[in-house]
Design a protein around this ligand. Sequence first.
Ligand SMILES: [Zn+2]
Length: 276
Amino acid sequence: MPELPEVETSRRGIEPYLLNSTITAINIRQHKLRWPVPANLPALAKGKTILEVRRRAKYIYLKLNNGSSIIIHLGMSGSLRICTNKLPADKHDHLDICVSSKQTGNNILRLRDPRKFGCVLWTDKDINQHKLIKPLGPEPLEDDFNAEYLHNKAHKRQCSIKALIMNSHIVAGVGNIYANEALFKAGINPKRKAGNISLKRLQKLVDAIKLTLNESIRQGGTTLRDFTSENGQPGYFAQKLLVYGKAGENCSVCGQPIIQFSQQQRSTYYCPHCQR
Ligand SMILES: [Zn+2]
C-alpha cells in the first residue's frame, strides 16, 4: 500500500511535469473507483492551469488557477506516472490527465489502480474544508506534530501507543510499516497504553517517526521509484527495515528474535527485549 513517503515521492516525481501546465483533456476509462470519478471532471478541468502540486496526508491535490482542486488518493494499489500518448493504456490505467506546457511539452499523468480503492475527486472549495481532509490531524513532518501535542492527545487514553499514532485524526499518514519502525527506534512496546508514556519517551517517538519518514522519502519510499518508467510498472524499492516483516529474525540491537502479532487487524513486529 502506498504510504506517506511513497505519496510524497510520487508528488515530487510528477510535480515538474504538471506545474504551470494547462489541462488539455481528462480521459476516464473507469469511473468506479472507491468513490465515483465525477462524470463532469473533464469539462470542469479542461483549459485550467495547475498552479500547485501538493500533498496532505496521503492525498495529492492539484490546485488550479480558478481555485478548484483535483484530489487524488492512491488507495491500496494505486500509482501515478508521467507518460506520453505513445504509451497505450493498460486495463488498470483508469484515468489520464493530459497536460501541456511550454517547458515540458505534452504529457499525461496516468493513474493505475488494479484494486480500484483509490479516488479522483474535484472540489471548488478550500481544500482544508473538504470532508476527507478536514478531520485529519497534523502532518507528521510539520512542527505542530511534536511531543507536547502527542502527550496531550495520549492523556488518559486506554488505546495502545501504536493505535494512537496510526489514528489519522491524531496524526495524518503514519502507516503500519512506519509505526512499527518508529516504535522500535524509540524503544517503546507497541502494546503499551498511550496514556502511560512519559513526555520524554514520546519525544523519542516523535523524533523516530520524523526520522523514519524522512529517511524513507529520501530513499524514494518503500515501494515506488520511477515515475517516468515506460514499462508500466512502478519501480520497487526495498528500504532497509529494522523490524517490519522480520518475524523470527534476530534483532539488530540485542540479537533476540523479533516477534510478530496482530494488533487492530494489522501486523505488529517488535523486539520484546528492546521495546518496553
Ligand atoms: Zn532487541
